[in-house]
Design a protein around this ligand. Sequence first.
Ligand code: UD1
Length: 420
Amino acid sequence: MDKLIIEGGVKLKGEVTVSGAKNAVLPILAATLLTDDTCIIKGVPNLRDTNTMLKILRSLGKNAELDKGIIRVEAGKFTNFIADYKLVSTMRASFCVLGPLLGKLKKAKVSLPGGCVIGVRPVDLHIKGLKALGTDISIEGGYVVAKATNLKGAHMYLGGAYGSSVLATDNVMMAAVLAKGKTVIESAACEPEVTNLADFLIKMGAKIKGHGTPIIEIEGVKHLHGAEHGIIPDRIEAGTLMIASLITHGDILIKNVFAAHQGAVIDKLEEAGAKVIKTDSSLRLRSKGRLRPVNITTLPYPGFPTDMQAQMMSLMSVTLGISVITEKIYPDRFMHVSELDRMGARIQREGPHAIVEGVKELSGAPVMASDLRASAGLVLAGLAARGKTAISRIYHLERGYENIEEKLRNLGARIWREKE
Ligand code: UD1
């Protein structure tokens, strides 16, 4: 196993290009199951999660290859409707093959993904929505076993205790495009990745309206055809790089980013005193001196993303004062707190809140990554810290950040891998 070594204290400078969005490519690849025609997906990041989804498509019988950012998915011998525990358990997003399998094959057996380190992650909303479409669902031996001879459009409310669900909206939308009649999803997720998926489905011949708003309307069609589609830039990678610029008092120009997707993050960084220069496809981030503390609450889009909470916590841990971070999506997503404290941060957790008292400087330390975004938070802390930080279990980072070490090195960071 590799660990990541960072010698902090370098002001990052230069230009960097953001990769395609992990959370867009995974459901879009699942959507290719809805047709026997060839689909071409462009701007694909080469990530561990992308490769896991390719393995799942192949296990179902599709031919799917990634070559230089382009994935070609062909029919192959696609008749298998069972998504195996071994693959699904390594990546929760694989659960979004359930909707397309039902839409296309009218049956599916998909392993329940189980919990994960950021907290309990139920799938009740997925099941509620698919049942509303007339699916017969049971749980057998850790698998969701679903059958639907007659998928029928329905009106449903998909909000849960923590608001809308991204993958439940995706799953239901992908089943409903081939259902008979009209489906209305109320309290649908509005994330840009859901819109990117809906745009792909429309190119395949689906009839969808209202995507990007909390009410999505779908008129079922008889069949979908192949299509070519581009993946949007990864707004979480972009947000992470924005903080890399600020936490190192650097000056980074971030390319291939949609400022319109970064509203909540830009707003908080500006409130903290950052200078953000926007164009349609780039952002430049600078700060004069130390930033001010800000309070953040994570919420579904367009609110502050939970996937940026750990990175923001690292930034707040070196501001001049006290910030309160409230986690409203995953109230237990605070595994990074104790690791940041090991680097000299002063953070106290109180239920779904973290109280961050800014310190003058962090100091490098051996720390452990617990999940994807926590790893990103630790990398940012390591870039700012005095001395050497060694982050173990770095494989988490490979799930969601394409070539991140190289990108940071090109900006001047002293970062490299070593064997544990
Ligand atoms: C997606 C993202 C993930 C991000 C999360 C929240 C992908 C591949 N992953 O995950 O990076 O952190 O959105 O923005 O896009 N919930 C229920 N019942 C359900 C489903 C979800 O109660 O059936 C709850 C969850 O526990 C959570 C909230 O709803 O509290 C939002 O989760 P959800 O949007 O479903 O997350 P994912 O789609 O799994």
